[in-house]
Write a protein that binds this ligand. Sequence first.
Ligand SMILES: CC(C)(COP(=O)(O)OP(=O)(O)OC[C@H]1O[C@@H](n2cnc3c(N)ncnc32)[C@H](O)[C@@H]1OP(=O)(O)O)[C@@H](O)C(=O)NCCC(=O)NCCS
Length: 118
Amino acid sequence: MVVGVGIDIVDVARIAHAMRNPRFVPKILTEREEVYCKNAQQVAGRWAAKEAVIKAVGIPLVMRNIEILNDPLGQPHVTIRDLRFDGVRLRINVSISHEKTHAAGVAVVERVVLQVPF
Ligand SMILES: CC(C)(COP(=O)(O)OP(=O)(O)OC[C@H]1O[C@@H](n2cnc3c(N)ncnc32)[C@H](O)[C@@H]1OP(=O)(O)O)[C@@H](O)C(=O)NCCC(=O)NCCS
């Protein structure tokens, strides 16, 4: 069952400007995300997706505690490291898109039905 949704769009130039500060990227990306992101568009995509996740879960999460990594097909998957987030019952799905000037992210939170053995 869907219990939350979030969306965000970001100006790539704003992120590119922020990236001039060497403290910016390590503040918002995990080390593995930093290895993956090759340009400001991808960093902006992660920013937008994380803002979308924060909106969808309704908890003011720290961006670095949200990790978005891509599987071999390129599909992004989210992991949240925050005790306030119920990672057992809730699953987050994200989608990212980026063009030259803008990046966007969408997040959908699902409540997972736990199978209780009889
Ligand atoms: C997946 C695909 C549609 C992306 O479209 P695009 O217009 O090139 O790129 P966009 O800017 O809109 O989106 C890029 C983002 O799509 C996401 N993405 C890439 N592959 C994906 C996939 N297989 N499934 C879901 N999302 C994917 C990534 O998050 C990527 O951003 P990131 O690398 O910074 O994390 C395109 O790469 C494609 O057609 N790939 C081959 C077919 C395929 O794998 N299809 C699966 C989805 S039906």
